[in-house]
Design a protein around this ligand. Structure first.
Ligand code: HEM
Ligand code: NAG
Ligand code: NAG
Length: 321
């Protein structure tokens, strides 16, 4: 009797101490339901308003989330500004034109008015990317919340981002290290249905490509001319990934089938026998792409997430508290 009482006491204590198992610190779909019920709505409104005036920023928000998650986990580290003593991720050449920071600042400002110190910047980035996908015509999906903001953002960590010169097997290995299958990697690459790449990201394909080819042989000859023309306007000249830069669809996979992939890392998905079948599948079936994409995005949004005391809720998304 005494023993069993003691046992249940220990059990209760255990549950109180490790509130984790009840989602106090862990991620959950309704994490803010008590403390900031309007957070999702505020973010959605802010994103929609910003994208109505500049639809090209949808790409910026989606890419920002990817860069956040692949460096130090989804912890808002991508938002930190450099200081005198620290050069942040943002200032890496790999930040390559990340855009949309003002939207995150705006959402955070609006949320702080309602419930100060509750909603993390990492969660705002994840929700904003999700809302941007939907705004652009992509799938709608729910993501768990409760990520905490990290306290580290260092330029050297951006080495963990994939380079556009990687081939299919290297991409599979790199995403595999983060727990993604080849299929998930190809689905996530479909984010390149949005936005642009600058000449500096693909010019290596256009001349002195390798010892046997001047131009990348996986590139369509006519499209190579299009890319060269873009590059004639300089390193920062922009090339859209597919025919519709602001709409989220499976056009990107059509482009790959026609050898019209902009980055080497895009075209390799079709050039390589390992991933070609997946590209065919997504080009044929947009619903399948949408389903795989949303599942892979939810998975990416939970990459190395910091829970509980492993992080903080930043007051200002650009600086550590
Ligand atoms: C598979 C490996 C990937 C590589 C090598 C890669 C590389 C790149 C590069 C080089 C650019 C162009 C940057 C520039 O020239 O300014 C770019 C743009 C972009 N990337 Fe990726 N990326 C990859 C995966 C992803 C993933 C997983 C996502 C999101 C889920 C993503 C979202 C985007 C978006 C939306 C843009 C357009 C940005 C804009 O127009 O502002 N990428 N990526
Ligand atoms: C990206 O990094 C470059 C330096 O490599 C810097 O000049 C630029 O301001 C950074 N862009 C953003 C949006 O932070
Ligand atoms: C990809 O690149 C690596 C390293 O350069 C090379 O060993 C491998 O054979 C390449 N794979 C394919 C499919 O081209």
């Amino acid at each position: 009797m005494v023993m069993s009482y003691l046992f249940s006491l220990i059990l209760v204590m255990d549950i109180i101490v490790s509130g984790w198992s009840f989602g106090v610190d862990g991620l959950s779909m309704n994490y803010y339901i008590m403390n900031c019920p309007f957070a999702e709505g505020i973010i959605k409104n802010t994103v929609n308003m910003a994208l109505q005036s500049d639809p090209t920023l949808a790409a910026g928000l989606v890419r920002m989330h990817f860069h956040d998650c692949f460096v130090e986990g989804c912890d808002g580290s991508v938002l930190i500004d450099s200081t005198k003593g620290n050069t942040a991720e943002k200032d890496s050449p790999a930040n390559l034109s990340l855009r949309g920071y003002e939207i995150i600042d705006k959402a955070k400002e609006e949320i702080e008015k309602q419930c100060p110190g509750v909603v993390s910047c990492a969660d705002i980035v994840a929700m904003a990317a999700r809302d941007a996908v939907f705004f652009a015509g992509g799938p709608v999906y729910d993501i768990p919340k409760g990520r905490k903001d990290g306290r580290r953002s260092k330029i050297e960590d951006t080495m963990k981002l994939p380079s556009p010169t990687l081939n299919s097997s290297e991409l599979i290995r790199m995403f595999g290290q983060r727990g993604f299958t080849a299929q998930e990697m190809v689905a996530l690459s479909g984010a390149h249905t949005l936005g642009v790449a600058r000449c500096s990201s693909f010019k290596h394909r256009l001349s002195n490509f390798d010892t046997t080819n001047n131009v990348d042989p996986t590139l369509d000859t006519q499209f190579a001319k299009t890319l060269s023309k873009t590059c004639s306007r300089g390193d920062n000249a922009e090339q859209t990934f597919d025919s519709t830069r602001n709409s989220f669809d499976n056009d990107y996979y059509y482009a790959l089938q026609r050898k019209n992939g902009v980055l080497f890392s895009d075209q390799t998905l079709f050039a390589s026998g390992i991933t070609r079948g997946i590209v065919y599948g997504y080009a044929m079936n947009q619903a399948m792409f949408f389903l795989d994409f949303q599942q892979a995005m939810v998975k990416m949004s939970m990459l190395d997430v910091k829970e509980g005391s492993k992080g903080e809720v930043r007051d200002n998304c650009r600086q550590i508290n």
